[in-house]
Design a protein around this ligand. Structure first.
Ligand SMILES: Cc1ncc(COP(=O)(O)O)c(C=O)c1O
Length: 458
């Protein structure tokens, strides 16, 4: 059969409230042209994030009912720990309420002022947690990753020459960790090859620097390795995952992604002394080491979801449906980041709306127009999110090289016809793109301005 179907039946549904363009104009104006400030009931298809927005399976719901809520020594923790150890091979597993809590604990212990932490591309919470310690978060992605139109099977790879150079320049003693984010979310959801993971690990070991994976989308990354890297076609995703983790000394994880849970995360290490320090810190802010900020039922859902995320049928449907969205809009001329990544499609906002100058936020304007057109919520990853504003000059003084609009696809949540609807919406906007106007920011908070900023149309 050529048709790839969702490998599940739907047992429980959540209604979507349909709306007219006129109503959406009102909602968006009330939200100050900031999609983050919209009420979710006013959104038809929500592609703001794939984090915590997936649909749990009947097995996971059964696990929820089994959850052991004991404060200490919960059976649910034992199941969770067994699953994480089985999948990752790491010796010590520390549950956290989500990924950034694992990052905060790791970096508070591992880094200090003046240190530098290389990654292919740091996710924004990873960067923020490193910078909070006074250390530097350095992105060392390969050159191809900055060119949306250039094909490379593993655009998430780290530039090994740059890594070597940084180790020489800054000294291994000032690099407490080297990280790789799989897949590279901020770099377009692009995978990292096994060869690159191996080489980064080799360099890290040579200089005795601990090597960590930011493993949020470990299963999607493994599936890309199976599809695109020589020698892996016949290997199971589980064995590819095992090999990926075998090169690392630890990982941070948001189980809201490839744990297919609505909340949760963990931190892993093979270092017993480090694990002890991490657990001490965990107790201060997250909770006892056998629940770490989660309910027993969440631990059950994660233990099951981690395995479901590695199933071939699921991954085939997931990666193919993302690819389908990318293929159909790019065939209509819409400029996107190529090849399509695992969890999201990234539209090149500046090329989509070339008549809107950078300082009028073309990516953000496109995200607003997609909402007005069809109630599709996306997120700008560009000038609003990463621009640097100078309070004295009252303007942005530094803008990133790309204005991307990310359409992140929640796991097992939307069907083929929802994706067709999104394709139609994007193509409609593309066909009347000259009429889309730029925006002026009228309010911004000091930190993480994209969450709360206000805009008006020009
Ligand atoms: C690559 C990456 N790392 C870390 C995080 C942070 O995880 P959480 O949102 O669970 O704190 C995210 C979340 O989107 C992510 O994509």
């Amino acid at each position: 059969m050529k048709t790839i179907i969702e490998p599940f039946r739907i047992k429980s549904v959540e209604p979507i409230t349909m709306s007219t363009r006129k109503a959406r104009e009102f909602y968006l104006q009330a939200a100050h042209y900031n999609p983050f400030l919209l009420h979710s009931k006013d959104v038809i298809i929500d592609l703001l994030t794939d984090s915590g927005t997936g649909a749990m399976s009947s097995e996971q719901w059964a696990g929820i009912m089994r959850g052991d809520e004991s404060y200490a020594g919960s059976v649910s923790f034992q199941r969770f720990e067994r699953a994480v150890k089985d999948i990752t091979g790491f010796k010590f597993v520390i549950p956290t309420h989500q990924g950034r809590a694992a990052e905060r604990i790791l970096f508070s212990i591992m880094c200090k002022k003046g240190d530098v932490i290389p990654n292919n591309t740091h996710f924004d919470t990873t960067r923020a947690n490193i910078e909070f310690q006074g250390a530097e978060a350095l992105d060392l992605k390969i050159a191809e990753a900055s060119k949306p139109e250039v094909y490379h099977p593993f655009k998430g790879n780290m530039d090994l020459e740059k890594l070597q150079q940084i180790i020489k320049e800054r000294g291994a003693k000032n690099i407490p960790i080297i990280m790789l984010t799989v897949t590279n979310n901020s770099g377009g959801g692009q995978p990292v090859s096994m060869e690159n993971i191996r080489q980064v690990s080799r360099l890290a070991r040579k200089y005795k620097i601990p090597f960590y994976l930011d493993a949020c989308r470990f299963a999607e990354n493994a599936y890309f390795i199976k599809l695109r890297e020589e020698g892996y076609k016949r290997k199971s995703v589980k064995s590819i995952v095992k090999e990926m983790f075998s090169y690392a000394d630890g990982c941070t994880m948001s189980a809201k992604k490839d744990g297919i849970a609505n909340i949760g995360g963990f931190l892993c290490t093979n270092d017993e002394i480090l694990a002890g320090k991490e657990k001490d810190l965990l107790i201060l802010t997250e909770g006892f080491p056998t629940y770490g900020g989660l309910a027993g039922r969440d631990l059950e859902a994660i233990a099951i979801g981690l395995y479901e995320a590695m199933e071939d049928d699921y991954l085939k449907y997931r990666i193919t449906s993302t690819e389908y969205l990318g293929k159909h809009i790019s065939e209509a001329g819409v400029p996107i980041m190529l090849p399509t990544g695992g969890h999201a499609i990234y539209i090149d906002g500046r090329n989509f709306l070339p008549h809107i100058p950078k300082d009028q936020y073309p990516g953000w304007s496109l995200a607003c127009e997609l909402y007005l057109e069809a109630g599709v919520r996306s997120v700008e990853i560009g000038s609003v999110m990463f621009g640097v504003y100078d309070e004295k000059k009252k303007k942005d003084v530094l803008l990133p090289s790309l204005d991307l609009v990310r359409l992140a696809i929640p796991r097992r949540t939307y069907t083929q016809s929802h994706i067709d609807y999104v394709v139609e919406a994007i193509i409609n906007v593309y066909n009347h793109r000259e009429s889309v106007k730029g925006l002026k920011m009228t309010y911004q908070a000091k930190y993480r301005r994209h969450f709360t900023a206000h805009f008006k149309h020009l």
